[in-house]
Write a protein that binds this ligand. Sequence first.
Ligand SMILES: Nc1ncnc2c1ncn2[C@@H]1O[C@H](COP(=O)(O)OP(=O)(O)OP(=O)(O)O)[C@@H](O)[C@H]1O
Length: 452
Amino acid sequence: MKPGPRILIVDDDPGVIRALRGLLGDEGFTTVEARSAAEASRLLEAPDAPPALMLLDLRMPGETGLELLARLPKPLPVPVVVLSGEASPAEAVQALKLGATDFVEKPPSAERLITALRNALALGSLREERERLLDELARPGHLVGDSPAMEALRQLIARVGPSDTAVLITGETGTGKERVAQALHKASGRKGRLVAVNCAAIPATLLESELFGHERGAFSGAVARRTGRVEQAQGGTLLLDELGDMPLELQAKLLRVLETRQVERLGGTLPVTVDVRILAATHQDLTRAVKEGRFRQDLFFRLNVLPLHLPPLRERPEDLLPLARVFAAEFAGPRVTLTLAPGAEAALRAYPWPGNVRELRNVIERLNLLRGDGPLELRPDAVTAPAGTPAAAPRATLGDKSYREHVEDFERDLIRAALREGESIAGAARLLQVDRGNLYRRIKALGLPVVP
Ligand SMILES: Nc1ncnc2c1ncn2[C@@H]1O[C@H](COP(=O)(O)OP(=O)(O)OP(=O)(O)O)[C@@H](O)[C@H]1O
């Protein structure tokens, strides 16, 4: 039989230790014992078999239980249940503040003690799971997902990461292109930073100086010298996001940087040599953009040496649940786990996810906001009326929606039509006679896909 969880009993009274050892043994736990705080810390640090929980007496000669709790790193290395006879309520509160999970009075009833231990162990493993998930998410560029496509992508990134070749990352909006760029930067081992420039969000007139920098007085308003993003990425990686939206003249300048590895600041005389790895991301079909004369063929060839494609989320259903769990860990509290109501997984798989992983993240965030104190349960209706697809949802009557929601619905329909007709953000912005950067921010705020 598999041995039960190891409990570290810390008590200066050998009689108490004996009694607890018997009681816990009967319940299937194994025990390890310490007669002082110093001995307990040694056992906690033992690298081979750390205990799963510490049952700690507060009153001990020498260092007390409270002093030991105060000294241990936070969060505590193992869940702690405190056990004490004459401890005052103030001490109990203090122990809980120092991270103990529960407090049991001596002499404990067997039932109360065992319940406290089981609860503390369950909470400990939930915390561990949550920490593992959060850790996974926090690692820049860590790609969550169990699909064959994601696995292949991880392998490819490990292989091409260390080279200096430019990479073109393609995929629909929200599929994780920026995250892949972070993964590539991490795998490159390059010492410099990853600098990202969103070519659609910056007005075309400012993009050139943003990228290449300018000397003082290069144009009216250039009151001080400014290094561009390319130079800021020196020794690191430059991500050109939404590259399909870069104006043609700038494409020529970018090609020159790729070929010569030198940049010229606006108004500058001497070129600056740069050691920068270029990554580009786009949701647009660049082959079509080349045919239509919106994108330079030579630049396309230069970047397309290493194309990396991210399939839409609807084509990799194996990633849905792992991603949902990671986002649940990100948004919900430590005691909350994501559960699935009957039919929820089928609903996730049936839904087309036009906003891809970003939309799934929004769904989980909304679910967490709406749950109040209740459980985080994903029900099939969580994805039947998503933001940004009112066509699929029944039209609400006037009374159902606020003024703001009506206006936003109208805005969504309008922008979607402009994107269809204009074929890109730049085209839509021209049709609507608005600034491209502002339009881009509105699209994101309304949860719309940036694809026409
Ligand atoms: N495989 C993944 N693992 C973990 N998080 C992911 C993954 N893919 C996407 N995300 C998360 O989903 C969100 C959208 O991803 P990201 O910004 O990388 O998409 P994108 O393709 O660059 O979008 P856009 O084209 O709109 O700029 C981010 O919060 C990102 O961290």
